[in-house]
Design a protein around this ligand. Structure first.
Ligand code: SF4
Length: 396
């Protein structure tokens, strides 16, 4: 790889690093300022069908808390001590005016914390509308599918009241096409990382994926194409590390230093659920349908990825996790869940039992988005990686 190439790759990563953690959402706000009919719709984890906002002349902007980038003072006063950190950071951002210029918010129904947070946004009158988005728990298209279509149409109506844009089938199909491309590019990069994880650090990949939640999808697709090109060849030598899948971090995001710690402790992360919403639909949604809202609804019913935040009684997540471990040829699982995260922690025994039964080794710990001490985690993960490197034969 030439110096010029490596400089331009470093520039892409630096740009993503800046965009991914811009808590003022400057790129999104600048995009909106170019046209008075554009709207910004904030969405919380995990999954939100961003296509509908794109088709409405809008940009769906991911809100993942304040991480370790902002001191939380007022947010702590809003919440009791025994819940996760994410809502405190989001409230702090709201009270400090970071969402100025946002038109509406969607709160996907994943847990009581998010439900309460949506209520607080309503009380605080942040944005023109706040939609608590329920997902179907019945996977019959006539029942759960119809319900989900009603939810989507309700959000579209809320946006229409703001910018008076009537969404067309063509615009929806175009948006579906763009996000299909986005997910495909992300999956292609994951597939390369599975075989050559030293070509892109988990930290850099995280910046790249997270950037896609705060900029227009067209711009993110260009970035992903460039990244896909530059990981076609080795720029560094492989190291003696084990390959792991990280599971449990689908909502409140781990601090970047935690991701780095896992890698420095002797692991290559070959799959994870950090930015799960960006990869939530597995496969291509039809982009030439006469009823694109139905196509989006069907994609949720039949093509969703697994997560503790998703009701999946007929498609157990423990089996799907083991399938990911197998497909990625991983040596083990790192269960990393936010402290007090009900969905992740309630599922943990089920997932660990499945790993035990399948002889898949794992390590488990909890974090908060503003965790600052990583020594214990490094020792724990380091010992885990060593144990696999030294005793790699099957457990009995
Ligand atoms: S981290 Fe867990 S408990 Fe907290 S909002 Fe997210 S899903 Fe809910």
């Amino acid at each position: 790889m030439t110096n010029n190439n490596s400089n331009s790759n470093a520039k892409i990563i630096d740009r993503c690093k800046e965009l991914a953690f811009d808590l003022n959402f400057n790129r999104a706000k600048a995009w909106k300022s170019e046209d008075k009919n554009r709207v910004l719709i904030g969405y919380l984890p995990v999954y939100f069908p961003r296509e509908i906002v794109h088709a409405s002349n809008g940009l769906a902007v991911g809100i993942f808390g304040a991480g370790d980038k902002k001191q939380i003072i007022k947010g702590d006063a809003y919440y009791q001590s025994y819940i996760c950190r994410l809502p405190r950071g989001v409230i702090e951002l709201a009270l400090d005016g970071h969402f100025k210029g946002f038109d509406g918010f969607a709160f996907p129904a994943i847990c009581d914390v998010i439900r309460n947070l949506s209520g607080m946004f309503q009380l605080l009158k942040v944005g023109t509308f706040v939609h608590y988005l329920d997902f179907p728990q019945n996977f019959d298209p006539q029942i759960g599918g119809s319900f989900y279509k009603t939810e989507i149409n309700s959000i579209l109506n809320n946006i229409k009241k703001i910018n008076h844009i009537e969404v067309t089938t063509t615009q929806l199909n175009n948006a579906i096409k763009l996000y299909n491309k986005n997910r495909k590019l992300i999956e292609n990069i994951y597939n390369i990382i599975r075989d050559f994880p030293w070509r892109l650090s988990a930290e850099d990949f995280y910046y790249i994926i997270r950037t896609g939640t705060v900029i227009p999808v067209e711009e993110h697709n260009e970035i992903l194409e460039e990244v896909y090109d530059f990981i076609q060849e080795d720029s560094v030598k492989p190291m003696d590390k084990i390959k792991v899948v990280v599971s449990g971090a689908f909502c409140e995001q781990p601090p970047i230093s935690l991701i780095k710690t896992i890698e420095m402790a002797g692991c290559y992360i070959v799959d994870d659920d950090f930015m799960l919403g960006s990869r939530f639909i597995k496969g291509e949604i039809p982009d030439n349908s006469n009823d694109p809202i139905e196509a989006l609804s069907n994609s949720y019913l039949t093509m969703s990825i697994f997560s503790s935040s998703v009701y999946d009684v007929d498609n157990p997540k423990e089996e799907r996790l083991l399938q990911v471990v197998k497909n990625r040829k991983a040596d083990g699982v790192v269960f990393a869940a936010p402290s007090f995260c009900d969905p992740a922690l309630l599922d943990l025994p089920v997932l660990q039992k499945a790993c035990d039964n399948a002889n898949v080794r794992y390590v488990s710990f909890q974090y908060a988005e503003n965790t600052g001490q990583f020594k214990n985690i490094k020792e724990q993960v380091g010992a885990f990686a060593d144990s696999i490197r030294l005793w790699s034969e099957e457990l009995v």
